[in-house]
Design a protein around this ligand. Structure first.
Ligand code: B16
Ligand code: MG
Length: 218
């Protein structure tokens, strides 16, 4: 059987941590008297922590010192980690384990490709770390999605050509990054948001074993 590189985004693909990012960003924004809605949270998906805070401050028309910026970043992360520390296997999104097990059975290399600096902690919490042959996260990259750096490093670590890699992504920027990297992009979410992906599925329950096998044979 052929070998393809399967690259998974984390937040929104393997687990739904967007709800915890929302709680932590909302608390922080509100403490600065800035409104923060679910719609705004949507725009932060796949976006780095630094860029997220920059966006929130600009929505609230606030300028702050560099030191205060660093303090707020640390505050937000501490709050986020307090939610993460309570996570367990029950938070893995439906049918993700089925697809990971199938890929293992078919001897396909698997990598994580996430913008999060907390990715390793989260994978440990939900007990999935051992499923990955490589992990590339926010600590390993200098350029954020939509730059393809995170996925190109993953391909290199898996020793698979980018055009033989398949990326599962829930964010607009992430799908764009996969496309720029010349990889097959699979959007997890709504067609309306992720129409630029080569394939879009609402979630993994819609992805059949036959579809995965067809990707390998292509
Ligand atoms: P952290 P992904 C991204 O993860 C999230 O979607 C995004 O909302 C978050 O701001 C970013 O990670 C950074 O996360 O603060 O934990 O470093 O979707 O690329 O797995
Ligand atoms: Mg994501």
């Amino acid at each position: 059987m052929k070998k393809k590189g399967f690259i998974f985004d984390l937040d929104g693909v393997i687990v739904d941590t967007a709800k915890y990012h929302f709680l932590a960003w909302k608390k922080l924004a509100n403490s600065l008297e800035i409104d923060f809605t679910e719609e705004e949270n949507e725009q932060l998906k796949g976006v780095s922590r630094v860029r997220s805070l920059e966006k929130i401050l600009s929505w609230g028309n606030k300028t702050i010192s560099e030191d205060r910026f660093k303090e707020l970043m640390a505050e937000k992360n501490e709050d986020y980690l307090s939610h993460i520390s309570k996570m367990d296997e029950n938070e893995i999104l439906p049918d993700v384990p089925r697809v990971l097990h199938l890929l293992k059975e078919l001897q396909q290399p698997i990598s994580l490709g996430s913008a999060s600096k907390n990715a390793r902690t989260i994978l440990e919490r939900v007990n999935l770390k051992s499923h990955f042959n490589a992990i590339v996260d926010g600590n390993d990259v200098s350029k954020a999605k939509p730059d393809p750096e995170v996925f190109l490093i993953a391909a290199k670590l898996l020793d698979i050509n980018p055009e033989d890699c398949i990326v599962f992504e829930d964010s607009v920027a992430g799908v764009e990054a996969a496309n720029v990297a010349n990889m097959i992009s699979i959007g997890i979410g709504s067609e309306a948001v992720l129409g630029h992906a080569q394939h879009v599925f609402r979630d993994f329950t819609e992805i059949s074993n036959e579809f995965i096998k067809s990707l390998i044979e292509k």
